[in-house]
Design a protein around this ligand. Structure first.
Ligand code: NAD
Length: 737
């Protein structure tokens, strides 16, 4: 029999090598067609007496990334469709639908012939669950091999047996840790956890897998053997009595109760370990049915899986622009940002010239790249050879003539209009016709900077976030005259360095910083009201923000906040800034000399390591303090999320952001906006615009007019619109492009 996505070759020993290699994809993913073919293969293997066992592997460099977009979309449209029909049948149908993969893997496990999974590359989600259902698991020791069940990161959980098999192989604590955080494991760690049997050299993978079958691998899972006991003896043991009472508390500490899928993992494991395996699978299936119907699962999958992939694949790339070949990039300004931009560019295999005012300054930037390489090699993330090659791609020089054959130049010089003007002119004097100039400015509008350019159509903003090597987001900013080619080249470059782009129109602070400033401003208000600082920080974390606003302000630098406030007054007048905010920040910088983490003194104190930072004790003396009992933490949480969401809505209203996917993905990747909401606009859509408007009106009454809902929001509330409906990314954005 022939298959579209698989080849099956049976050798003289009767071992069928099933190789998964989807013809039209760069990575194997689960689709309905793939599932149908796996089912047919299982049936064929069982029916063919000549086949003694199966080795299942991939024909691609990775094993599989898990489920495909179309499968995920199908799951949600099923939720939608079934909900509108008779509710009793709807849930049953959903239950049956989401269980297909789980019971197919169970069919492999109980088919009566041994299966070995030969994991040759990254093996995630459903693919690792399939491997767990095989009787043997061998992984290659190649650096590229990563194993994991990352579903919780997009609001769901391993629902194809993962929550039942992992704690029956590994100890429950490791199992919970792995699944509730979605952590990825290197093969050696997976072996140490007892999740795979062997780790071998890549060329030994298939022979070892076949040998397991030849050595008489039993086609029975441990839990199907009589007398099976989970590691540690299951739930009712002294060791478990240590683990289980604390587990929900630990989870709550880590997630603040915001992630229903993480809690469902706990329930699946706890309940599943007390019942026979098949009952455990049904428990998992039941919780999975519940979780896919949650707002959190819907919003997280939409933003963090679907939209992110779409943006990465160039959803906002202008039509008709040929794919640009970026053969050389210039980075001008080899300071904090420029050095790291050179590093990520070279890491993508693109030669870079790194320019600064003199050779010494340029070399300093190169040394930063070299240090990043040394660290990556030390951590085993890069081989020594790859590291040397990377550094070799960067040429440090003060000589602008080296830009004569560059395709793209990114400037990251001082944040000063005159310095930038001089650099633009110097670069354009040598830059070839048709090459693109990008500015990494964080505060200066691109349209204004482009006035210094002779080729404003080829002038664009590419705004990186620090630390550049870690932050996944870049904001691409269109000046008034920026042309399609510049946008295409910028997006091709961002794709090459494997970051996620959002495209925004020009405005002071662009998208991300506008929202971040609101977050910090709300914490200033709270400080001024006398809310105890610790409550401010904790409330933000309970709301799902990864970093408290005071801590974030310390990282950004309080003197920079002061500079931004002053620049805003200079450009827009006194009224553009809250005078009490100015007073607070001025006092921190001028009187207290507290600049943030950089001088070890900010809203926090930074004692020498290993001691941890703590809130500056005198902070509470700046304003009369409220009693903790008089502060409603829930309201603090609402204020943080609402003020950011409102700003995101304003950027849509002003036409700065035109695609809701970008506001959502940008808010999560840019500053960690409560990921369980799916992002700043999904937060509004999730509660309903009408409810959001009511919340804003209430907050405006108590905490100031900055919470007043905007005309767009009021109109949407009246019409019952959502952001994804009114600004439909699949219709409106395409039409505008
Ligand atoms: P930095 O002071 O660390 O680096 C600036 C570099 O530019 C220095 O090495 C300096 O020698 C060089 N330089 C100055 N004038 C020059 C000239 N005429 N020719 C060549 N080189 C020149 O500053 P930074 O933090 O890297 O910021 C650079 C740019 O990136 C600014 O526009 C800033 O707004 C933006 N930015 C900064 C951050 C951040 O977190 N620091 C984030 C996003 C964007």
């Amino acid at each position: 029999m022939t298959y579209k996505n698989f080849t099956v070759e049976t050798d003289a020993d009767g071992i069928a090598l099933v190789t998964w290699d989807m013809p039209d994809k760069s990575m194997n993913v689960f689709t309905v067609g793939v599932m149908d073919e796996i089912e047919a293969i299982v049936d064929a293997v069982v029916a063919d007496e000549a086949i003694k066992g199966v080795v299942f592997t991939s024909g691609k460099s990775s094993f599989s990334g898990g489920a495909d977009l179309s499968m995920i979309r199908g799951m949600f449209s099923m939720v939608e469709e079934e909900r509108t029909k008779d509710p009793a049948n709807a849930v049953q149908k959903l239950f049956d639908g989401v269980g297909r993969m789980s019971w197919l893997w169970r069919k492999i496990e109980t088919c009566g012939k041994p299966w070995v999974s030969a994991i040759n590359g990254t093996c995630m989600g459903g693919a690792f669950e399939l491997s767990l259902a095989c009787h043997g698991r061998v992984a290659s020791n190649a650096k590229s091999v990563k194993i994991g069940l990352p579903e919780v990161k997009v609001g769901i959980f391993p629902g194809a047996g993962g929550t039942q098999r992992v704690p029956r192989l590994a100890n429950a604590q490791d199992a919970l840790q792995m699944m509730t955080t979605g952590q990825t494991l290197a093969p050696q760690r997976a072996k140490a956890m007892n999740l795979i049997h062997q780790v071998v050299e890549p060329d030994q993978l298939i022979p070892t897998a076949k040998q397991m079958i030849k050595d008489g691998l039993k086609p029975v899972a441990p839990w199907d053997e009589k007398g099976f006991k989970a590691p540690g003896g299951g739930i009712w043991t002294p060791a478990s009595a240590q683990l289980w009472p604390a587990a929900p508390a630990v989870l709550r500490r880590e997630t603040s109760g915001n992630y229903p899928a993480a809690l469902a993992i706990l329930k699946c494991v706890y309940e599943g370990l007390q019942v026979p395996f098949d009952t455990g699978l049904r428990i998992e299936q039941r919780y999975f049915t519940e979780i896919v119907q949650t707002k959190e699962a819907f919003s997280m999958i939409r933003s963090l899986f679907i939209s992110m992939q779409e943006l990465n694949k160039g959803a906002r790339r202008p039509a008709g622009q040929p794919k640009s070949e970026i053969k050389k990039v210039g980075v001008v300004g080899a300071g904090f940002m420029g050095a790291s931009i050179a590093y990520v560019t070279a890491a993508a295999g693109i030669p870079v010239v790194l320019i600064d005012r003199d050779q010494e300054a340029a070399d300093k930037g190169l040394a930063v790249s070299a240090k990043l390489v040394t660290d990556a090699v030390g951590k085993g993330k890069l081989t020594k050879e790859a590291g040397e090659k990377l550094v070799g791609l960067i040429t440090a020089t003060p000589d602008y003539s080296t830009l004569a054959d560059a395709d793209l130049v990114i400037e990251a010089v001082f944040e000063d209009r005159d310095v930038k003007k001089a650099v633009i002119e110097k670069v354009e004097a040598v830059l070839p016709e048709g090459a693109i100039f990008a500015s990494n400015t964080s505060t200066l509008p691109i349209t204004g900077l482009a006035k210094n350019s002779k080729r404003p159509a080829d002038f664009i903003g590419i705004h990186f976030f620090s630390p550049v090597e870690k932050m996944m987001l870049t904001e691409v900013i269109l000046g008034k005259e920026t042309g399609d080619k510049a946008l295409a080249v910028a997006l091709d470059y961002v794709a090459a360095i494997k970051k996620t782009p959002i495209v925004v129109n020009d405005t002071r602070g662009f998208f991300v910083n506008r929202c971040v400033l609101r977050y910090m401003a709300e914490s200033y208000d709270m400080l001024i009201e006398g809310v105890p600082p610790v409550m401010i920080e904790n409330a933000a974390k309970f709301a799902g923000m990864p970093v408290g606003p005071l801590s974030l302000n310390d990282e950004v630098a309080i003197d920079l906040s002061y500079k931004i406030l002053k620049a805003t007054v200079a450009d827009l007048g006194e009224k553009a800034v809250n005078p009490r905010h100015m007073e607070l920040v001025a006092r921190m910088v001028e009187k207290e000399e507290r600049f943030g983490r950089k001088n070890g003194k900010g809203f926090y104190e930074y004692p020498a390591k290993p001691a941890k930072k703590f809130i500056w004790p005198d902070l509470k003396d700046l304003y009369p303090q409220k009693k903790a009992d008089d502060v409603d933490v829930k309201v603090l949480q609402q204020r943080f999320l609402a003020t950011i969401a409102l700003e995101a809505a304003r950027t849509v209203e002003e036409g700065i952001v035109i695609d809701p996917r970008e506001a959502d993905v940008g808010s999560i990747l840019g500053f960690g906006f409560a990921p369980y909401t799916g992002g700043a606009l999904s937060y509004i859509d999730g509660m309903g615009v009408k409810n959001f408007v009511a919340l804003c009106e209430k907050l405006a009454g108590e905490y100031g007019p900055h919470f007043a809902p905007t005309p767009l929001l009021k109109d949407m509330a009246e019409k019952g619109d959502t952001f994804y409906g009114r600004f439909d990314p699949y219709g409106a954005v395409k039409a505008a492009a």
